[in-house]
Design a protein. Structure first.
Length: 408
């Protein structure tokens, strides 16, 4: 039974209009970020709904040719290696010819929809769509890569925005508003459950964290753009303020265990940001930050934490970390801009902040830790918010309907 209580929403096949032949166009297959994860999950749901799906992809420049193939092979999805999707003004004619050749390959595939999951490759998608005669759907996962799109934004092209913020951002650079459909992302709330007391104890034990330590978790790419440096700059204020608030007792009362907050960082550290992040960590008191390797299964990390922080400096298209954490019953402090600010609306707006204001970020983290400690019902409200608005079944229903509309 799906959390919304609607049996039809639990089974994607019950909401599909007709079987489609869908060409999914993406970059690499390996999961290096939210877009790649969305492509895999959506492909899995489309196959489950009975659609024929083929995935057109490029090899990851930093990986091996077969990186990321396994999950798609298990779905028995045809994988087609594509040429370069990039477009340049100086190489426009050569690029257009290359795109046209790929359009001819797509024409032979007899597709109903060409679904482009990397909006930065819109020039490729438009040329390929025209040559193949296949209507184009462009998924707006992130902020625009272009300042002026009106000349190439038309045709039979439709756009799926993961948030209202992204719909507005792409409209501002020339995408017609009436061609954009809101297809909000969603999370499988069953895959991100709230922990039991024993779950939390086990997760903390694996990380070497004691039960009394307040834990703040950041997970994702460890880059300045994603806000990890902003968190580290605010962390000294968090530690100083938390220490000043510790109770003072007379000796007769016995020793008092003072447990300072711990910041856990989990994710990949790109080379271009590595030195800056390492310096920021080294500048903080020893043992106040725990850095753990990147991992696919983040649920134990969520179970070990009291709260999550996601203060991206660049507006997020959606905010997957926010809905994952809240599904697991963990409150989130996130940027007030973009998709994260959109998710954290109404009563949750108090958890949003300007990530460039270190004092405000530190204050928001501390108040959230306080609320999580004294209000155990907060976690249940977090999960209910995601279940009611961002459940996976709702996303799948919207996506299937949008693709069917494009095919018509």
């Amino acid at each position: 039974m799906n959390p919304s209580g609607d049996p039809a929403a639990a089974d994607p096949t019950t909401v599909s209009r007709r079987r489609l032949r869908i060409g999914v166009v993406t970059n690499g297959l390996a999961i290096t970020g939210g877009v790649e994860r969305c492509v895999l999950e959506d492909t899995r749901d489309l196959v489950a709904a009975g659609h024929h799906v083929a995935v057109w992809h490029r090899d990851s420049p930093a990986g091996r040719a077969d990186d990321g193939r396994g999950p798609f092979d298990s779905l028995r999805v045809p994988l087609v290696r594509a040429d370069d999707y990039r477009f340049g003004i100086r190489t426009a004619l050569r690029d257009a010819l290359r795109f046209a050749r790929q359009g001819l390959r797509l024409r032979r595939a007899r597709l109903d929809v060409l679904w482009l999951n990397r909006p930065e490759f819109l020039p490729f998608g438009r040329v390929a769509s025209i040559v193949s005669g296949v209507p184009l759907a462009v998924h707006l996962h992130h902020a625009p890569n272009y300042r002026r799109l009106a000349p190439i934004a038309g045709g039979r092209t439709r756009y799926f925005a993961v948030s209202q913020a992204m719909a507005e951002a792409w409209t501002a650079v020339g995408v017609p508003a009436d061609r954009i459909t809101l297809v909000s992302n969603g999370v499988d709330t069953h895959a991100f459950p709230p922990p039991t007391a024993s779950d939390t104890q086990a997760a903390r034990g694996d990380l070497g964290i004691d039960d009394g330590t307040p834990v703040v978790l950041y997970y994702g790419r460890l880059t300045r753009a994603k806000g990890v440096v902003a968190v580290l700059e605010a962390w000294r204020t968090v530690l100083t303020t938390a220490a000043a608030r510790q109770p003072v007792t007379v000796p007769a009362a016995g020793p008092v265990t003072r447990s300072a907050p711990l910041l856990v960082l989990a994710g990949a550290l790109p080379t271009e940001d590595a030195d800056e992040v390492r310096r920021a960590v080294a500048a903080l008191p020893a043992d106040s930050v725990l850095v753990v390797p990147e991992r696919d299964d983040v649920v134990p990390l969520l179970h070990a934490a009291d709260m999550v922080v996601a203060p991206s400096l660049e507006p997020e298209g959606f905010g997957r970390v926010v809905v994952e954490a809240m599904s697991a019953g963990r409150p989130v402090v996130a940027a007030a801009s973009g998709g994260t600010g959109e998710i954290l609306s109404d009563e949750w707006a108090r958890f949003t902040v300007d990530p460039t204001d270190a004092e405000a970020l530190a204050a928001c983290v501390l108040s959230t830790l306080d609320e999580a400690a004294i209000g155990p019902e907060l976690g249940a409200r977090c999960r209910a918010w995601v279940r009611d608005r961002y459940d996976r079944a709702q996303h799948v229903d919207a996506l299937l309907g949008a693709l069917d509309d494009v095919a018509r």
